[in-house]
Design a protein around this ligand. Sequence first.
Ligand SMILES: NC(=O)c1ccc[n+]([C@@H]2O[C@H](COP(=O)([O-])OP(=O)(O)OC[C@H]3O[C@@H](n4cnc5c(N)ncnc54)[C@H](O)[C@@H]3O)[C@@H](O)[C@H]2O)c1
Length: 268
Amino acid sequence: MDLELKDKVALVTGGGRGVGRGVCLRLAAEGAKLVVNDFHARRAERVAAEVREQGGQAIAVEADITDLAAVRAMVARATEELGPIDILVNNAGIPARREGEEVKGGWEDFHTSEPESWQRMIDLNMYGTMNCTHAVLQGMVERRGGKIISVMSEAGRVGEAKLAAYSGAKAGMLGFSKAIAREVGKHCINVNVVALGAVDAKEVPFEQLSESAQQRTKKMFKSYPIGRGLQRLSRASDVADAIAFLASGRAQYITGQVLGLSGGFAMP
Ligand SMILES: NC(=O)c1ccc[n+]([C@@H]2O[C@H](COP(=O)([O-])OP(=O)(O)OC[C@H]3O[C@@H](n4cnc5c(N)ncnc54)[C@H](O)[C@@H]3O)[C@@H](O)[C@H]2O)c1
């Protein structure tokens, strides 16, 4: 099946690692030209290099997507170097931290949490998504075409205890995306959302993880009732396949939808 992605320009936020990396590699394998964004320059550069090694075209752009001016500068540079953005994947959703930075928050009861941690979730998932969408949408309207896919979590649909701000911010992405889908349908722009369950996107095998990372991973496996579904966690490639389809010419009549990618964890 031809996905008609050849030479399309795709911007993936948080593309330097995990799910975003998988999406970059998959879109590039289909012939898209990649703008690999990340808060951490080294991560973005590494993935852009991987794309080039597999014969594709990619640039790395370091930008904090919560900063609208930085996002506009990123889109301007990408447009100059690769062409106008055809596909935006709003993937970054777990706040990055600078090296050595201590960050409060994480998995915690809302009543004992600090506003600082809510702010980081809202800033990244809501403002990050809004900033990037705003920066590419005018061009898409003028060219009468484009695909916007945002990555939410099933937490935003079914709620996740100890992740209240995250769940709320992800739900906000969904409402925002549906509204934009209604606004720009007349301009032939498709706006959709994928809702992930737990993803095992590690680049290193389990045995090579640090002890604390192993503990975290074990806890995640335990906390997800994956036995109800497909009996495994998602892989980045599962998400990448779905996003490649939604970004493709094969999904022209799909808009304002949320596609659950949780292997049966949530069936809302
Ligand atoms: N991993 C999971 O189990 C899981 C489950 C449900 C949903 N999701 C969603 O999938 C998406 C990707 O998750 P992941 O696990 O691959 O995350 P990750 O933390 O492994 O990678 C995300 C990348 O985003 C970058 N990033 C963070 N803040 C940024 C910012 N302000 N500007 C630019 N880049 C920034 C980080 O530097 C990092 O490289 C997120 O939206 C997340 O909420 C993940």
